[in-house]
Design a protein around this ligand. Structure first.
Ligand code: IPM
Ligand code: MG
Length: 364
């Protein structure tokens, strides 16, 4: 099969890691008889520099014309002083809205080979850590009415959700749970927010269609606490845009391997948007230091969710796992100074890590 992939390397380490993701896709193509045609587009700070806007129309068009989109990272100190609507991050919101990718899947997974990096006590993660956060991505307070009073002394941002917006993302939550441990937790603030009460009403009405899934509800403040107290209680969490933003950062951090985590943003139909969850790390950009594994695992999600290639996705994940088994590490997953010293030539850079995954794929 032939696939059209639009890549948006973006800023900072984005180009370093997207390059490795593409190499892995090419290697998958060779092994399984597919071809990937890559089109590169600009978004974020580099697009501001080139065109004056964070998300040029040509970029969104190139994304909509693709089978899937691979994004590295956007942003950096260079653009931090720009006004809100001109910042690189606007490109993300524009892509999410423009591609109608309302469901953001953020797995928080602890790789057993990296368990020592998990900041929680070993007994808390004795059963491992594998949570899927499904974050609503195109609604809520991120997209609601906002403004300032005429005198500038008050400001507002509005959380609005329609039944339809809630239903379509909760459905992804239920379906994801069906493929996993069959537990879905709706996280909200229904003791205060009317929009949260609508989330509960809609979820409650849907549960009869998923009799195999155990549905529960939790207030977001409690969920933030439970994630560090007893993360194993969670299988799939579905939540609003803002709560999902916060909880997914927390969940990723407790895995201890933020440089390893992938994400997928999906709509009803049309291309998905795939990006590692980490940021643009401008301090190490272009230095061959970034960990490309999150991007490579993001490519696995792309193969699985947008391209219908699950055996190929499994192969990428197996290859990554075998490279970790071999003891190879980039700096971010190398542990403390002593561990690093002990790694010797197994402490590798971006390109070498990409080479190792490609090599492991070929050897599978
Ligand atoms: C994320 C980021 C973005 C968000 C920012 C950069 C706009 O934090 O993808 O989680 O808040 O959605
Ligand atoms: Mg975030």
């Amino acid at each position: 099969m032939n696939f059209k992939i639009t890549t948006i390397p973006g800023d900072g380490i984005g180009p370093d890691i997207v390059r490795e993701g593409c190499r892995v896709l090419e290697s998958i193509g060779k092994k399984f008889g597919h071809s990937f045609a890559f089109t590169e587009a600009k978004a974020g700070g580099c697009a501001i520099d080139a065109t004056g806007e964070p998300l040029p129309k040509a970029t969104l068009d190139a994304c909509l014309a693709a089978d899937a989109v691979l994004l590295g990272a956007v942003g950096g100190p260079k653009w931090d002083t720009l006004p809100g609507n001109l910042r690189p991050e606007r490109a993300l919101l524009g892509l999410r809205a423009g591609m109608k990718t309302f469901a953001n899947l953020r797995p928080a997974l602890m790789f057993p080979q990296l368990a020592a990096a998990c900041p929680l006590k070993p007994e808390i993660v004795a059963q491992g850590l594998d949570i899927l956060i499904v974050r609503e991505l195109t609604g809520g307070i991120y997209f609601g009415d906002r403004g300032r009073s005429a005198d500038g002394n008050s400001a507002w941002d509005t959380e609005t959700y329609s039944r339809q917006e809630i239903e379509r993302v909760v459905k992804i939550g239920f379906e994801s749970a069906q493929k996993r441990q069959k537990r879905l937790c709706v996280v909200d603030k229904a003791n205060i927010l009317e929009s949260s009460r609508l989330w509960r009403e809609v979820s409650e009405a849907m549960k009869a269609s998923y009799p195999d899934v155990a549905l529960s509800y939790m207030y977001v403040d409690n969920a933030a606490m439970q994630l560090v107290r007893n993360p194993a209680q969670f299988d799939v969490i579905v939540t609003s845009n803002m709560f999902g933003d916060i909880l997914s950062d927390e969940a990723s951090q407790i895995t201890g391997s933020i440089g390893m985590l992938a994400s997928a943003s999906l709509g009803e139909s049309g291309p998905g948007l795939y990006e590692p969850i980490h940021g643009s790390a401008p301090d190490i950009a272009g230095k061959d230091l970034a960990n490309p594994l999150a991007t490579i695992l993001t490519c696995a999600m792309m193969l699985r969710f947008s391209l219908g290639l699950s055996a190929e996705a499994d192969a990428v994940e197996k290859a990554v796992s075998s490279v970790l088994d071999g003891g190879w590490r980039t700096g971010d997953i190398a542990g403390g100074a002593q561990d690093r010293a002990a790694l010797g030539d197994k402490l590798v850079g971006t390109r070498k890590m990409g080479d190792l995954v490609v090599g492991a794929l070929e050897a599978l």
